[in-house]
Design a protein around this ligand. Sequence first.
Ligand SMILES: [Zn+2]
Length: 264
Amino acid sequence: MTVIDAHNHLQDARFGGDLPLVMAEMKAAGIRHAIVNGTSEADWAQVLALHRADPAFLSPALGLHPWRIASRSTDWANLLRELLESAPASSIGECGLDLWMPDADLTQQREVLAVHFDLSREFDKPLTLHCLKAWNPLLQTLKHSPPLPPFLLHSFGGPADMIPSLMKLGAHFSLSGHFLHPRKVRALDAFRRIPPDRIHVESDAPDMAPPFELQGHYHREGYHHPADIPSCIEALARMHQLSPEECALAISENTARLFSLPME
Ligand SMILES: [Zn+2]
């Protein structure tokens, strides 16, 4: 089985000196490519360095995560544009709306998101969006924006009845292992309503681990190992009545298409 990790944060300090081993284990587990998402000016250079060291395996995404908005400099949008110009393989993200975080300022979050939307149209690049407890504001923002290139709602945990409207606006949806917890069955169930050609899988490592028993020998203290993705594929294959191999192939093709990666 070969798959693409549609969303992770391999630049995170929690991987520390383990990162070369973690990447080797991802490759051995059948993960052929991964999209590494930056979250603020503080990590964009690291994300680009990871991509440049192994461009066949890692693609960069650059964006300002809602949790990191307060740390932005006055020049953040210019820097983001310059880096996107310097790295043609880069897509845009992680960015989005979050009303789960303490002291959320939706007005500021919308302003920052609008900059990402503009860059996505200008560079014709897909966006990776984060959304927590802000599904109505996100849907309204998308509806009132000029059309966007296709975008990925990463670790999708939104309401199932919003899926058709989101799809019309260009949404793709990715499943993370976190939704394999029995308490998250409603979020997992929403993936039944998504056509297989809009589904992706992601680790969101070092966060969003699946239940302990699905982590197998990849379980590590301190971070979620990004080689865990096959458990997501198995859950989706059962749901859509495909073999795990067929499901992995279809999903990899979706992700390759969305991010303009080579087909296998
Ligand atoms: Zn993330």
